[in-house]
Design a protein around this ligand. Sequence first.
Ligand SMILES: Nc1ncnc2c1ncn2[C@@H]1O[C@H](COP(=O)(O)OP(=O)(O)OP(=O)(O)O)[C@@H](O)[C@H]1O
Length: 296
Amino acid sequence: MRQTSTAHPRPEAADRAEDRRPPDGNPAGAPIEFRRVSHNFIHGRRAVLVLEEFDLDIGASEFVSIVGPSGCGKTTALSMAGGLERPRAGTVALDGKPVSGTSDDVAFMFARDALLPWRRVRRNVELGLEVHKIPAAERKRRADEWLRRVRLEEFADSDVLHLSQGMRQRVAIARTLVQSPRVVLMDEPFAALDAQTRANQQQEFIRLWEAERPTVVFVTHDLEEAILLSDRVVLMAARPGRIVADIKIDLPRPRTQRMRTSSPEFAEYLETLSARLRDEVTAAEERRQADEEAST
Ligand SMILES: Nc1ncnc2c1ncn2[C@@H]1O[C@H](COP(=O)(O)OP(=O)(O)OP(=O)(O)O)[C@@H](O)[C@H]1O
């Protein structure tokens, strides 16, 4: 496997975990390891290799974004970390133990907020706690605390259909983090939002993550979003999916939207990643055309 790093050496996972212990006794994030993971899907009579020799170490409480051309296997890798998909070869481990199914330690967040329209705001936030059989009074207490943190306490008894898209996404963030997950797996969580709402949600999420510090794996097509949020951005190549660049983002925290325009380092990261991604998208398109020609 080809794995390129920047000039900044990547600290060992243990060092990163040391730096990032949560401030108020919350459960620390769990490390995730992908070891020589290969995976294919059957398309008609053909097995299509999606991941090959995919290796990735994510430290406890680290925030890692995965970017890459469409169809390179980002969601597949994320699903494996969450126990929704099993690799055909290799292992995925969470906190040193092989992932064999979904876990209470892991929460997901997707582009669609998936709020339940027949439940009020608070009852949506309580959903995961109900699944884990947390008693009603405790559920309400925790849901109200998280609604306060996402600044929606006044809307606890509102109908979710009356909320703006940004408010709905904040409810989804509260519903995810109220479970105190050790790992949050996010698949383009802000992709459905307009630019301003998206910027607000990114800011909101950075603020909450910096206080809570679960391990986050974040799939996105938006390089600026990846740089702004992450400790590291890994770039995948397509067909078969593998990591071709692993870039440590050395911007100070707390991060702010202003860094997009005011930080020369931000601009440098963006230029490096954009150029690499452009190359990978072109290569993926060329491979797709070659495959098409070969099959006709
Ligand atoms: N359940 C499935 N059955 C068959 N093929 C699948 C399945 N899930 C994904 N694939 C295929 O595997 C490849 C990788 O898909 P995946 O969704 O992981 O890529 P991605 O990088 O997340 O894509 P995008 O950026 O477009 O969301 C694609 O070619 C997709 O069509």
